[in-house]
Design a binder for this molecule. Structure first.
Ligand code: PMP
Length: 420
């Protein structure tokens, strides 16, 4: 398995061959939807792979029992399968230990745990540094948690290519900065964040470093230790698993220090009517029945993904991104936003069509079987910084083909002919 590094997703020298038909065959949706189906909304959700679908159905129909509490065989097997899923996610993340992985309902839940537990340690006037490129899931939880303790939110601005302007870090990071929480990959521009520079800034002042990995995780195995972050969040449904599960990796030493977020069953050591002592991590952060089937699906997807040839997939995804960017630039009135080049970007491009609302663009594309997303993509501060209300987003996954990109480009030419 080739593990991607932080300056990742760069084009390899020689593009290895990829069995695209075989890869696509691992996703039942394509058989179900037929040939006129060009799914380019992978940043919203990826399609489920066979391994994940099988794990989900198998659990729900043949092996279902609640976890962590039963003493009979079926419950014990469910618990073992759940813990195995945790270990598979840990391996995909490059974590040292499975217990560093908390199973959540998705990235949003994971970032809410991060914000509420880390902010519990803050004092009035302490600072949390975000960026203008964040998804609302990495803004709103911090605002809610910061308001409770009187902490202050600051934001890294964007540079001319809508990347995080890391030259501003020296002005923004001080001893008051207690947490830095940024996206690994923008869900609007596809820009990958230079985590190394942020890690250095965080370490220089002893701030904790949280990474929203929702958009990076579907593009190959990770290495949280090399990244040097303290917490990392991802969603199983974007990772070609089922909807309903995600994960939060918390560095082991830190996890034991943090208070719980949600309270309830399964996260306790002892409860009296006056007070509760809590279970060790990760169980302390997993109150109630977890999303067992979706967690198993996420684990199966991660294990399947980990065995793929990521050098070949990166080359393929990058070639499609290049085709998409070049095609968009060639259409009059269409303007891609975000980084100009292919370096340090995921296969995801947003754009505007002058004079046409993004929703109209998406509807017309849908008539050709092209699935894209129009709107602010839960990133209003980023759009505001770019002077936009909304944009259209095309996001590529490992199973996409040149025909998908071409169908989008042909559709856009038609949109421009008709409406612009
Ligand atoms: N962060 C980013 C960067 C995202 O793209 C998304 C999903 N669009 C989220 C967080 C939230 O993920 P979820 O809805 O799966 O919780």
């Amino acid at each position: 398995m080739s593990r991607a590094r932080a300056s990742e997703l760069a084009p390899p020298n020689a593009a290895p061959r990829l069995d695209l038909a075989g890869l696509k065959g691992e996703f039942p949706i394509f058989e179900a939807q037929g040939p006129r189906f060009h799914y380019l909304d992978n940043a919203a959700t990826g399609q489920i792979c066979r391994a994940a679908a099988a794990a989900l159905v198998d659990f729900e129909t043949r092996a279902r029992a609640n976890v962590k509490r039963g003493v009979y065989r079926l419950a014990d097997e469910a618990t073992q399968a759940f813990e195995e899923a945790r270990a598979r996610i840990a391996a995909y993340l490059g974590a040292r230990e499975a217990r560093e992985v908390v199973i959540t309902s998705g990235t949003t839940h994971a970032l809410n745990i991060a914000a509420h537990t880390l902010c519990a340690r803050l004092r009035p006037g302490d600072e949390i540094l975000l960026s203008l490129a964040e998804h609302h899931a990495n803004i709103v939880p911090w605002q809610l948690a910061a308001a409770r303790v009187g902490a202050v939110i600051r934001a890294i601005p964007l540079d001319a290519e809508a990347r995080l302007d890391l030259d501003r870090l020296t002005d923004l990071v001080s001893r008051k900065t207690k947490v830095i929480a940024v996206t690994h990959c923008s869900n609007v521009t596809g820009a990958l964040t230079d985590l190394g520079r942020i890690r250095e800034a965080a370490q220089a002042v002893g701030a904790l470093f949280v990474v929203d990995g929702a958009q990076r995780a579907p593009h190959g195995p990770l290495d949280v230790q090399a990244m040097g972050c303290d917490l990392y969040a991802l969603s199983g449904h974007k990772l070609f698993g089922a909807t309903g599960a995600g994960a939060l990796w918390i560095r082991a030493e830190l996890a034991e220090e943090l208070p719980p977020f949600l309270g309830g069953g399964e996260m306790i050591r002892r409860v009296t009517i006056e007070r509760t002592s809590f279970a060790p991590a990760p169980h302390r952060f997993e109150a109630g029945t977890p999303p067992i089937g979706p967690a198993l699906a996420m684990g199966a997807a991660a294990a399947w993904l980990a065995g793929l040839d990521w050098q070949a997939i990166h080359a393929h995804e990058l070639a499609l991104t290049e085709r998409l960017l070049a095609g968009l630039r060639a259409i009059r009135g269409v303007r891609p936003i975000g980084p100009e080049g292919l370096q340090a970007r995921a296969p995801l491009v947003s754009f505007v069509v002058e004079g046409v609302h993004p929703h109209d663009v998406c509807q017309l594309l849908d008539m050709r079987g092209v699935c894209t997303r129009g709107g602010h993509h839960c990133a209003q501060p980023l759009h505001e910084a770019l002077g936009l209300e909304a944009s259209v987003r095309a996001s590529i996954a490992l199973y996409n083909e040149a025909e998908d990109v071409d169908a989008l480009l042909e559709g856009l030419e038609d949109v421009v002919r008709r409406l612009a």
